[in-house]
Design a protein around this ligand. Structure first.
Ligand SMILES: [Zn+2]
Length: 138
């Protein structure tokens, strides 16, 4: 399925308010960064948590992630609040996921294709940054 940037994709009001401690994640965890919708489900990119790493866009503790299909960008760094455990047994991540789904899916229900909301970008230092955390003209 093609992934398109939706011209009227809603801004993310859920992720910036998420309060999740750095220690919620551990090396070896399988995680996903949710970036949009695919029909009635959320869509995102999957990674493996590797090691603690400073997240320079927020000046806070982040995690280095391994991207199996990342090519030249196999390793990227992200803030904990961007991450969701793939395991369905994590209640904290499930709450966030459900909040994001109930916010986003109805707003993009008529998109008819996979939608990338464009909330995340990658800096030249391979740091993932959410639009709400971007500053300095990124
Ligand atoms: Zn979790």
């Amino acid at each position: 399925m093609p992934v398109s940037r939706h011209p009227h994709a809603p801004g993310d009001i859920v992720t910036p308010d998420r309060d999740i401690p750095h220690a919620h994640f551990r090396p070896g965890d399988q995680v996903v960064i949710l970036k949009g919708t695919s029909g009635s489900e959320l869509w995102g990119d999957a990674y493996k948590v590797v090691t603690p790493s400073w997240h320079t866009p927020t000046d806070e503790d982040g995690w280095r992630l391994y991207d199996p299909v990342g090519g030249a960008r196999t390793y990227i760094t992200a803030h904990p609040r961007y991450l969701v455990h793939l395991s369905s047994r994590c209640p904290d991540c499930l709450i966030y996921q459900q909040a994001l789904r109930s916010y986003l899916v109805p707003r993009l229900a008529d998109a008819g294709e996979d939608v990338d909301c464009g909330w995340y970008s990658l800096t030249h230092l391979n740091q993932v940054v959410h639009v709400a955390d971007a500053r300095g003209g990124q």
